[in-house]
Design a protein around this ligand. Structure first.
Ligand code: ADE
Ligand code: ZN
Length: 328
């Protein structure tokens, strides 16, 4: 089989996808129309011939990302968004996903937390019933906002604890270290949530942020985190603890000019549980298969290693034991 057929057929798990990052320009138009709201400026000014978003780094990406989501208003919008993404994932033979959402990006513009969570949950349940794809939900805090807002969001989400497996940290990393949220993560753990944090590639303080999430916060996983290759002690620590990394090749190649394929493979070969994921597929133009093929394009990776990446994903996933038995 060709490499693309091989990748397409491989059973996969996706552990790093922002549901708001699956909002395609065409879904944005659909929701704007149905809610009678204007098409967001960032979408209106798109080059209609290419139908692509335009950005060159993390802040410029985030500006478009937050602008576009203003069309998401009702539980039905969130349900339809989740359903569209899970259909796409299913079509690529993704059996299990762990999906981030950014509640503060919605509550801060007047959409209630129950609307967001109940809508997302409806989409997840529908996809589980109709497609057999399983999903866990991860609630992210926006690191460029105040920790008090994150704590209030955590407390407001407690009634939905059974639907949310973990909490995370995302948005603009510059001058927003994980330690800023130490109290929030401590409380989240006490409430029974697992913890993961974004340590985006090539940030101002990448290594210090990775150290903080491992040592000060005590995360169960790291999102991106590829810069860990620069610090042998931290690499040994994630190996010792069996902590996995959710890497996103296409996204990383947009956020940094330095493609991280070589580093991902170096980590894989040294026994770190790295995985490949799509991050914001509508924006970075690539779902699971495209990200795996991109890695294979840019780095010398064997088919056995591509299989190992998926074994890692199922292993470091938080899939229920019951489903783990069905899938593996
Ligand atoms: N929110 C959505 N995608 C993100 C990314 N790649 N980094 C930080 N925050 C994000
Ligand atoms: Zn991400």
């Amino acid at each position: 089989a060709s490499l693309s057929e091989f990748v397409a057929k491989m059973p996969k798990a996706e552990l790093h996808v922002h549901i708001e990052g699956t909002l395609t320009p065409s879904l944005t138009h659909k929701f704007a129309k149905r809610n009678s709201v204007p098409i967001p400026e960032a979408i209106r000014s798109l080059d209609t011939s290419s139908n692509e978003y335009a950005f060159h780094d993390l802040p410029s990406f985030l500006a478009v990302y937050y602008s576009a989501m203003s069309v998401l208003l009702t539980a039905a919008d969130f349900c339809d968004l989740v359903w569209a993404y899970l259909q796409k994932a299913h079509s690529q033979n993704v059996l299990h996903t762990e999906m981030f959402f950014d509640p503060q990006a919605h509550t801060s513009r007047g959409v209630s937390l129950p609307t967001v969570i109940e809508g997302i949950r409806q989409g997840i349940v529908k996809a589980e019933q109709e497609l057999g794809i399983s999903t866990n939900l991860i609630m992210c805090f926006l690191r460029d906002l105040e920790p008090g807002f994150a704590m209030a969001t955590l407390i407001d989400a407690l009634p939905y604890k059974d639907w949310i497996i973990a909490v995370g940290l995302d948005s603009d990393e510059r001058d927003n270290p994980p330690a800023k949220f130490a109290n929030v993560f401590q409380r989240a753990k006490a409430e029974g949530f697992l913890v993961t944090c974004h340590c985006d590639v090539d940030q101002k303080d990448s290594i210090e942020h990775i150290r903080q999430v491992l040592v000060d916060i005590g995360v169960n996983r790291i999102d991106h985190g590829t810069n860990i290759v620069e610090d042998e002690t931290l690499v040994d620590l994630v190996k010792l603890r069996g902590i996995g990394l959710t890497c996103c090749p296409i996204s990383d190649s947009v956020v940094t000019k330095d493609f991280k394929g070589k580093e991902i493979l170096q980590l894989l070969r040294s026994g770190v549980k790295v995985t490949v994921n799509s991050d914001d597929p509508a924006y970075f133009k690539g779902y699971m298969n495209e990200n795996i093929l991109r890695l294979a394009d840019d780095a010398e990776v064997s088919r056995l290693e591509l299989v190992q990446l998926q074994k890692n994903a199922f292993e470091i996933s938080w899939i229920s034991e019951q489903k783990r038995e069905i899938f593996l």
